[in-house]
Design a protein around this ligand. Structure first.
Ligand SMILES: CC(C)(COP(=O)(O)OP(=O)(O)OC[C@H]1O[C@@H](n2cnc3c(N)ncnc32)[C@H](O)[C@@H]1OP(=O)(O)O)[C@@H](O)C(=O)NCCC(=O)NCCS
Length: 210
């Protein structure tokens, strides 16, 4: 069972991760999900139980890919899976390009048409979503998510659990803190602090409705 995995999360991202894993030659033995009923099939693959049953499900597969959107929960589930004894592989879509001079930690997915250039460092459980690019020497923290078509110029730093929105761009050398959110389509030209949400071109902290 060394080449079979479970995908944790049977939602939209879970489908994309399972599809990518199969394109990489892995066998997806099942989805694990708290909200889908056991016995339901997603992409023809059975949902075989809730997260609480993960220790029992160790017999079903050797590895786990965590495919849930919340970055902190994703990293927690990767840690838990390792404690149980699962492998937590990196999955790189065959159509993606990852430099041999980049480093990619466990549980990270690099999806179709994405590119990761020389000197980049991707942490644990990072999502480099469809068509996103990470240029040279970027450092992307654990549990961060680069949404489809997001682009990081060279030497950008992204903190843990930050979410870089679809189609956004980040200027070279910019530092984005942890738990930050970059809105869809934003152009980030200045540093963004921990927990701050920015939107727009150029990106500014989002005004909250009073
Ligand atoms: C930034 C974001 C997180 C804000 O979400 P939210 O807190 O639910 O915000 P709301 O939808 O309530 O909008 C609040 C205000 O911000 C504006 N706003 C929201 N997102 C914006 C964006 N990306 N760019 C510019 N303005 C935006 C809204 O128009 C609204 O303005 P108003 O008060 O003048 O009407 C969200 O809109 C976003 O861009 N998410 C990224 C989505 C994404 O990348 N998906 C990919 C999934 S893989």
């Amino acid at each position: 069972m060394t080449d079979s995995i479970l995908v944790l999360g049977a939602g939209g991202h879970g489908k994309v991760v399972a599809d990518c894993a199969m394109r990489c030659g892995l066998v997806v033995a099942g989805f694990v999900d708290d909200s889908a009923r056991p016995g339901v099939h997603v992409l023809g693959i059975p949902v075989i139980g809730p997260m609480a049953e993960l220790p029992r499900l160790r017999a079903a597969a050797g590895g786990v890919m965590v495919a849930i959107g919340d970055g902190a929960k994703r990293v927690d589930l990767i840690d838990l899976s390792r404690e149980i004894g699962f492998r937590t592989p990196t999955i790189i879509d065959p159509s993606a390009t990852v430099s041999r001079f980049a480093t990619v930690d466990d549980g990270t997915v690099v999806l179709a048409q994405a590119a990761v250039n020389a000197g980049a460092q991707l942490g644990l459980g990072v999502i480099v979503n469809t068509g996103a690019t990470v240029d040279h020497d970027c450092i992307v923290g654990d549990g961060a998510h680069l949404s489809p078509g997001a682009h990081l110029a060279g030497s950008v730093r992204i903190g843990r659990f930050s979410w870089i929105g679809i189609g956004s761009s980040v200027k070279q050398g910019t530092a984005i803190g942890s738990n930050a959110v970059i809105g869809a389509g934003a152009a980030v030209v200045a540093d963004v602090g921990d927990g701050v949400t920015v939107v727009g071109v150029p990106a500014r902290p989002r005004k909250r409705r009073t």
